[in-house]
Write a protein that binds this ligand. Structure first.
Ligand code: ATP
Ligand code: MG
Length: 511
C-alpha cells in the first residue's frame, strides 16, 4: 500500500526583511512517520513549521495537506486541517485546570461542553496514547513533563492527526523524555504523522524514521535515520566535519573562592529545597552539579545569587559571609549567574530591545544611576556577537527576532563578558546546536584558565564527566557526594542521583 502523504511543502521561501529564513525548502512527511527536523541555530526550522501551523504565510511555494493545497490565513485554518503544533514555550493558562485548558479556545461542540463528556473524552485520549493527566489539576501545580502531556492532549482533543513539536525535549528531564517518546511512538502506531525538532542527535537517532536537514535556510537533504551515522548528520548540518571532543585542562593552581557551609533553604510549600549543603569552589576549576531536575539546583543558584533567602547556613566568598546581601551587592563582588530558564525571554532579556540595550540593561541594573556611555557598548556587543557567533543582521537588531538559540547566546555572552570571579551557569547549552554547545564549553574553559571558579549545573552526564574537574551530585536537595569524574562511571553518578550514598556501591570520594 502506498504511504499516505500527510504534509508536502515545496519550494517554500520566507524572508523577514533582509533575512532569508527559508529558501526553496522542501519537506514531505507521511502518515505513521516520525520526521526529525535538524539544523543549526537560525537555520530556519521554527520558521518552516510555523508556516504549517498558520502563524506565518510563505512568500512563495506550496503547502499540501493530504494531497490538497492549503493556504492558511491563521492557526485556526491549520487546526481545522488536523495539524497540532506544540510550541517550545507552552501556551497554557496557569490558574486553570487541565480540563479547562483543553476546552479553552476549542470550537468543538460550540461553546458548551458538558464536563462529564469532556472528562470521558480526555480519559479516552489518555488511554489511547498512553498519556497520564489529572483533568482537575491546575497548570501551576504541574511539572514541565505534565504540561507537555497536557499540550498534547489539547491538540489531540481538537482532532490533530499531524503533530508538530518544536524542541519539546529541551527542558524535560531524561525520565520525562522517555515518557514523551513512548507517547510519540503510540501516536505513530495509530497512523499520525509527527514532526519533531531537536538539537540532541541521540534523540534524532532514537526516535525518528527520517531526518530532514536545513542549513542557512536551505534544505540540505532528507535521509533515512537507520542508514545514516551521527557524524554524517553533523556534516550535513554544519557543512564540514567537526571534532566533538571536549577538552579538560588540569590546572594545579587553586585558591579557595567560595565556601558554602550547612546551607538550608525552604521553598514556598515550607518544605526543604536544600538540606545541609556544604562544598567549596576553587579558582581555576569547573565544579559540575549533577542531579535530576528539581533536586535543588535552581534554589542553590538563586540563594548564592541573593535572589532567595536561606533558612540557615553560610556562604563565604573570599572569607566574607555573603548570605543576606542583595543581588546587586553580590554581582558587584564578581559573582555572576547565567541561568538559562525554561522561558528564555523571561530571564533578564527584553525582547523588543536590541542587543546593545540588553547589554547596557545589565550594567545599569548593577550600578543604577551611573552614566553609561552608549558607544562603549557597541564594541562590547560586537565582541559578544563575534565570540559566540550570534547570527543577527547587526547589534541593533531586536532580540525577540533572533532564533531561539541565538537569543540564548546573547544571554550567556553578556554574563561571560562581565569578567566574573565566580560564574554560576545552569543548563547553558539548552536549545543550542552542537557547534554552539562546543563554543560554550570552550568559553567556560577559557574562563577557568583565567582563574574563574565555575559552578556548572548540567544535565548531560557525558558532558559533566568530560568537562568538569569535580562533580557534585544532588538528590532531593542534598549532596550525595562529590566525585572525581576521572574515577567514576556514568552509572555510579546515576546511582548517586537516585539517592545512593557514597560508599554504597560508589567507590570514590573527593573532598
Ligand atoms: N519574526 C521574525 N522577525 C525577523 N526575523 C526572524 C523572525 N523569526 C525568525 N527570524 C530570523 O529567521 C532566521 C531563522 O530563524 P528560526 O527561528 O526559524 O531558526 P531555528 O532554526 O528555529 O533556530 P533555533 O535552533 O535557534 O531555534 C533567523 O535568522 C531569525 O533571526
Ligand atoms: Mg527554533
Amino acid at each position: 500500500m502506498e504511504p499516505v502523504k500527510a504534509i508536502e511543502m515545496k519550494d517554500i521561501c520566507k524572508a523577514f526583511g533582509s533575512v532569508k529564513a527559508n529558501e526553496d525548502v522542501n519537506l514531505t512527511v507521511y502518515n505513521g512517520e516520525i520526521h526529525a527536523l535538524l539544523g543549526e541555530n537560525g537555520a530556519g526550522k521554527s520558521t518552516l513549521v510555523n508556516m504549517l501551523s498558520g502563524i506565518y504565510t510563505p512568500d512563495s511555494g506550496f503547502i499540501s495537506v493530504y494531497d490538497q493545497e492549503v493556504h492558511f490565513a491563521s492557526p485556526k485554518d491549520s487546526i481545522k486541517k488536523g495539524i497540532g503544533m506544540i510550541h517550545q514555550h507552552f501556551k497554557l493558562v496557569d490558574v486553570l485546570s487541565a480540563q479547562e485548558n483543553i476546552i479553552l479556545g476549542s470550537s468543538k461542540d460550540g461553546a458548551f461542553v458538558k464536563r462529564k463528556k469532556l472528562a470521558q473524552e480526555i480519559k479516552k485520549l489518555s488511554d489511547q496514547y498512553g498519556l497520564d493527566i489529572n483533568p482537575n489539576k491546575k497548570v501551576y501545580e504541574m511539572s514541565v513533563g505534565e504540561k507537555e502531556s497536557l499540550e498534547i492532549i489539547k491538540v489531540l482533543y481538537r482532532g490533530a492527526k499531524i503533530l508538530i513539536m518544536d524542541e519539546p525535549t529541551a527542558v524535560l528531564t531524561p525520565q520525562e523524555i522517555k515518557r514523551l517518546f513512548e507517547i510519540i511512538r503510540n501516536m505513530k502506531k495509530q497512523g499520525c504523522a509527527i514532526i519533531i525538532i531537536t538539537h540532541k542527535l541521540n534523540e534524532v537517532m532514537e526516535i525518528s524514521d527520517r531526518v530532514t536537514v536545513l542549513r542557512k535556510g536551505k534544505t540540505v537533504g532528507t535521509v533515512n535515520t537507520n542508514e545514516v551515522e551521527v557524524q554524517a548528520l553533523i556534516e550535513m548540518m554544519v557543512g564540514k566535519k567537526i571534532d566533538l571532543a571536549i577538552t579538560k585542562e588540569e590546572i594545579a593552581e587553586k585558591e579557595l573562592l567560595m565556601k558554602v557551609d550547612g546551607l538550608y533553604v525552604v521553598n514556598q510549600d515550607k518544605k526543604h529545597a536544600l538540606k545541609d549543603i556544604s562544598f567549596s569552589l576553587y579558582s581555576h576549576e569547573i565544579l559540575g552539579v549533577a542531579g535530576v531536575a528539581g533536586s535543588g539546583q535552581k534554589e542553590l543558584c538563586e540563594t548564592i545569587a541573593g535572589l532567595n533567602p536561606a533558612e540557615k547556613g553560610r556562604v563565604f566568598f573570599e572569607g566574607e559571609n555573603i548570605l543576606g546581601k542583595t543581588p546587586q551587592e553580590i554581582i558587584r563582588l564578581g559573582i555572576r549567574m547565567g541561568f538559562i530558564p525554561e522561558d528564555r525571554l523571561g530571564m533578564g532579556l527584553i525582547g523588543s530591545m536590541d542587543i546593545v540595550d540588553n547589554i547596557i540593561l545589565k550594567d545599569y541594573q548593577n550600578a543604577p544611576g551611573m552614566f553609561l556611555k552608549r558607544s562603549r557598548y557597541h564594541e562590547k556587543a560586537n565582541r559578544i556577537v563575534n565570540r559566540l557567533d550570534i547570527q543577527t543582521p547587526g547589534i541593533f537588531y531586536p532580540v525577540k527576532k533572533l532564533s531561539g538559540g541565538n537569543i540564548q547566546k546573547v544571554l550567556l555572552g553578556r554574563e561571560i563578558d562581565s569578567d566574573p570571579r565566580v560564574l554560576i551557569t545552569a543548563y547553558p547549552v539548552r536549545g543550542l546546536d552542537i557547534g554552539a554547545s562546543l563554543t560554550i564549553y570552550d568559553l567556560l574553559n577559557e574562563q577557568k584558565r583565567k582563574g574563574v571558579g565555575i559552578l556548572f549545573i548540567g544535565e548531560d552526564l557525558d558532558v559533566l564527566i568530560d568537562l568538569c574537574d569535580r562533580v557534585m551530585v544532588f538528590c532531593g536537595g542534598e549532596v550525595m557526594g562529590i566525585v572525581d569524574p576521572k574515577k567514576v562511571t556514568k552509572e555510579e553518578i546515576g546511582l548517586l542521583m537516585a539517592g545512593g550514598r557514597m560508599g554504597e556501591g560508589v567507590r570514590h570520594e573527593v573532598v
